[in-house]
Ligand binder design. Structure first.
Ligand SMILES: Cc1cc2nc3c(=O)[nH]c(=O)nc-3n(C[C@H](O)[C@H](O)[C@H](O)COP(=O)(O)OP(=O)(O)OC[C@H]3O[C@@H](n4cnc5c(N)ncnc54)[C@H](O)[C@@H]3O)c2cc1C
Length: 484
């Protein structure tokens, strides 16, 4: 066997029917929504089935081992590199599951799939704690690799993109700051001062995901390089900062509802006179907004598809719990209480609907680029986390006390899902953008309705009629008899 955790071929064959066949004999490729199927190549369908088996048979069982191998205590947990992860990575490469996220029509460095095809795969990756990293498709590296591939110079690509694509190092994206409202990136204030052929950085960052991992070697940092520029969209730049540059301190790690997300975690970092070569600038001085906007489009779709996978997994837990013969409140199994079946049905409808929204956004990106798909991406970004939280919450409820404990992955899934309503722009920002754009039709709609009313009056006249409400009553109360 190539990796130590593999058991034996016979047992692995037997698991196929249980894990995949139990879903009515349908494989992942059979479950692709009909409207998307024509856009998925045979190679992608085959890979999707391999992803499904890899996740169900190898990654999900490995999740608990990985969590345990991280160990205990803050110093240990944030320097851990669980051995099972390297074994999973080796296995993923044997199966040809590596870097599937880089879309073929925009990059030559990836595995040659479209956003839609990868979206379908990401759904399965989202069911497991380990699957995304095992296939080198984990955030924030995915978005960061896109930045390097899209905007990096050859020297930057050789130095950072190559080892990232090989899964040898990890990276972090440092935009958010504790002292300003960072959902409005014009507020980002870490100072960048030019000094000869270097930039000197001073300020504080937080929610720097991935910075806790000792393998995290490169930070992509947004700062203010030209505060006096008349355009607020040209004051910021993005620069590459090696994580071991003198003057950087990771002060502490932030928790998510108490979960530390070790080993990668979320860092609170201070920059004190950090000197970086000018050649590390990405795309050019004052072009920070272009970089962050280019980075976020497909990344939001990845998050959304993984959230669909998390919702599917929660539904599986729900189904397992309501069919557990040991648990019979008031003399009946939970599935015999009608309200539970209604929740199953609602979950099915909501997951299937949300999936269509995400796949549609992925198709829009494939048809041109992320900018072209802004509306569809925002729709998915708002709809999917809300849906996933609702479905996970129903499963938590069905498990009773166990649902909020460490005995199921549901509590962790809910905490992670809740952050999706904040990261990459909070709900409100996307809703505002969607609402504003939709409302651009408002004046035209008012004019259209007035025009249709007038047209209707003209038509009535053509038939010799006076336009009158069909419910016109004209009942007048008086001492005399009613008119009617
Ligand atoms: C788990 C996790 C991981 C993260 N990873 C990273 C990372 O790797 N790199 C990074 O740079 N950042 C990261 N972030 C930070 C995240 O992107 C920010 O928290 C987010 O952009 C919001 O910025 P803020 O926290 O400064 O909130 P603020 O900008 O202060 O906003 C606070 C609240 O104000 C409301 N609000 C904002 N704008 C509007 C509006 N226009 N209309 C009405 N209400 C509004 C919303 O309710 C919003 O939640 C992460 C956050 C979390 C929780």
């Amino acid at each position: 066997m190539s990796v130590p955790y593999r058991i034996n071929a016979e047992k692995e064959k037997a698991s196929e029917d249980l894990l995949v066949g139990s879903q009515g004999g349908l494989r992942a490729s059979d479950k692709i929504p009909l409207i998307a199927r024509g856009h998925v190549s045979d190679r992608a369908k085959k890979t999707l089935d391999i992803v499904e088996r890899f996740v169900e048979e190898e990654c999900i069982p490995a999740d608990a081992i990985w969590s345990q191998q991280i160990g205990e205590g803050v110093q240990k947990r944030f320097s851990a590199h669980p051995p099972i992860m390297e074994d999973l990575k080796k296995r993923a490469r044997e199966l040809g599951l590596w870097n599937m996220f880089l879309p073929k029509n925009h990059f030559k460095e990836g595995a040659g799939f479209s956003n839609l095809e990868y979206g379908l795969m990401a759904e399965y990756l989202g069911r497991s704690l380990t699957a995304s990293e095992a296939t080198n498709c984990a955030a924030p590296d995915t978005g960061n690799m896109e930045v390097f591939a899209k905007y990096g110079t050859q020297a930057q690509k050789d130095r950072w993109l190559k080892p990232l694509l090989e899964g040898q190092i990890r990276s972090a994206f440092l935009m958010t700051e504790p002292d300003v409202a960072s959902s409005d990136a014009t507020n980002i204030g870490l100072t960048m001062r030019k000094d000869g052929d270097h930039w000197v950085l001073n300020g504080r960052k937080w929610w720097s995901s991935g910075a806790g991992d000792p393998r995290c070697q490169i930070y992509i940092v947004m700062g203010k390089s030209d505060p006096a520029n008349a355009s607020v969209y040209k004051q910021q730049s993005v620069i590459l900062v090696p994580a071991d540059t003198p003057g950087i301190t990771i002060d502490r790690m932030l928790s998510v509802y108490g979960f530390d997300d070790a080993p990668h975690g979320h860092g609170h970092i201070t920059f004190h006179d950090v000197r970086v070569p000018a050649a590390n600038m990405v795309l050019g001085e004052g072009r920070g907004f272009e970089v962050i906007q280019g980075r976020l489009g497909p990344g939001r779709i990845h998050h959304a598809m993984r959230s669909i996978g998390a919702a599917e997994k929660a539904l599986e837990y729900f189904l397992a719990r309501i069919n557990d013969p040991r648990k019979k409140p008031f003399g009946k199994q939970l599935h015999e209480h009608g309200i539970m079946l209604e929740r199953v049905a609602r979950s099915r409808i909501e997951i299937d609907t949300a999936r269509l929204t995400v796949l549609n956004a992925a198709l829009m990106i494939d048809s041109k680029d992320a900018k072209f798909a802004l509306k569809e991406i925002a729709e998915a970004k708002v709809q999917v986390p809300a849906m996933a939280l609702e479905v996970i919450d129903r499963a938590v409820q069905a498990f009773g006390g166990a649902g909020v404990s460490q005995d199921t992955p549901l509590a962790n899934m809910w905490a992670h899902g809740r952050t999706m309503r904040i990261v990459d722009g909070p709900d409100e920002v996307h809703l505002l953008q969607l609402g504003r754009n939709e409302n651009k039709r408002g004046k035209a709609m008012l004019e259209k309705l007035e025009w249709q009313k007038k047209r209707s009056e003209e038509m009535a006249a053509a038939y010799g009629m006076k336009k009158r409400d069909v419910l016109q009553l004209d009942r007048v109360h008086s001492d005399k008899k009613s008119k009617l």
